[in-house]
Design a protein around this ligand. Structure first.
Ligand code: ZN
Length: 348
């Protein structure tokens, strides 16, 4: 029996046990689905594209955990390293099975049709009319890119993840600071939008700046929660991670959480930066929960604040706030690097 259609996917093996390779469907951005083999990772789905030139970076290449292009993939969420094949996405597995199944059915149909072709040639009482050749059905497998597209600044690999991830899936470099830098770029775009408004739109401009300011703290808190959960799993793997509630919206409480891991990502901030960070976090509470009206707690932190008046929100203050948060996240990135170099999260 010939396997005309199946042979298109053949890459080796024997007649009895051929090795088949089915092309993986791609997203509109030219990326393929990947799925972390680490069951504890949440989420597990990400997309992987090709490699472009890496930006010139001041980050040392030593941050890479693997040589780019090696036959291993790094889970961007949990840091677990495993052979590329272990990252096969369930949807791609199903797609391959269906594609091969369709080809096998088409081959079998052709075999049967050819086998019965002359069967009724001498019969006067019945006839056999074979159906026309039918190619395997053409299935369309839809693949979508994820919202957060990344480009590793060390190895140049293109990939996409849900919101925040900790590692480049190719070279394995910790890159949560790269994610936060993207957040600060989005915040800058929001600020520029507010600044471009006509002066008669002051109320809208204040609202837009307020949203940009809020986004900095939201991203800062979310990033810290994810990093803390990862660092906890590497520092204290036998203990369940504590419920951190909203502790990462408060510098003192956040410091307390990091102290349980022997870390202090705030210690590189000078007194002025630390005070600006605390002031802006409190400013966020005033804008978000008190319609921007200064309360007693805020007035204690800010020298010129008068209770009952509207809190001042300047574009440059938001940029400085985002920059201070970024430097804390950079420290966390370094803590992840130190932690992952111990090898405690690397699978065989
Ligand atoms: Zn990389």
């Amino acid at each position: 029996m010939r396997f005309k259609h199946l042979d298109k996917y053949r890459v080796g093996g024997t007649n009895d046990r051929p090795n088949l390779a089915v092309p993986v469907p791609q997203t509109p951005g030219g990326r393929v689905y990947r799925y972390s083999p680490n069951e504890a990772a949440a989420p597990r789905h990400f997309v992987l594209g090709g490699r472009r030139d890496a930006e010139t970076s001041d980050q040392p290449k030593a941050r890479m955990r693997r040589a780019p292009g090696s036959p291993f993939t790094v889970c961007p969420y949990s840091g677990v390293i495993a052979p590329d094949g272990d990252f096969l996405h369930p949807e791609d597995r199903d797609a391959a099975i269906k594609t091969v199944g369709d080809a096998a059915v088409a081959d079998a149909a052709e075999y049967l049709r050819d086998a019965f072709k002359g069967i009724a040639r001498r019969s006067k009482s019945w006839t056999f009319k074979p159906s026309a050749h039918q190619a395997p059905r053409q299935r369309l497998f839809i693949r979508e890119d994820l919202l957060r597209a990344m480009h590793c600044n060390l190895c140049g690999r293109d990939y996409g993840v849900y919101a925040v991830a900790l590692f480049c899936p190719d070279c394995g470099a910790p890159n949560v600071a790269l994610h936060f830098r993207r957040e600060t770029e989005l915040v800058s775009a929001q600020i520029e939008q507010a600044e471009s408004l006509d002066p008669t739109n002051n109320e809208l401009a204040y609202r837009l700046l307020g949203n940009a300011h809020e986004d900095v703290l939201t991203a800062f808190e979310a990033t810290q929660k994810i990093v803390f959960a990862y660092l906890w799993s590497t520092h204290r793997p036998d203990e369940a991670a504590p419920n951190v509630r909203n502790d990462f919206q408060n510098v003192d409480k956040a410091k307390g959480r990091y102290a349980t891991l022997g870390l202090d990502p705030f210690d590189q901030l000078d007194a002025e930066a630390l005070a600006a960070l605390e002031l802006n976090i409190q400013k966020r509470h005033v804008i978000g929960h008190n319609l921007g009206m200064i309360d007693e707690k805020y007035s204690v932190l800010a020298d010129d604040a008068q209770i009952g008046t509207t809190v001042e929100l300047l574009a440059d203050d938001i940029r400085i706030f985002a920059g201070i948060c970024l430097s804390v996240v950079q420290s966390l990135d370094d803590a992840i690097l130190a932690s992952s170099q111990t090898g405690s999260t690397i699978a065989p």
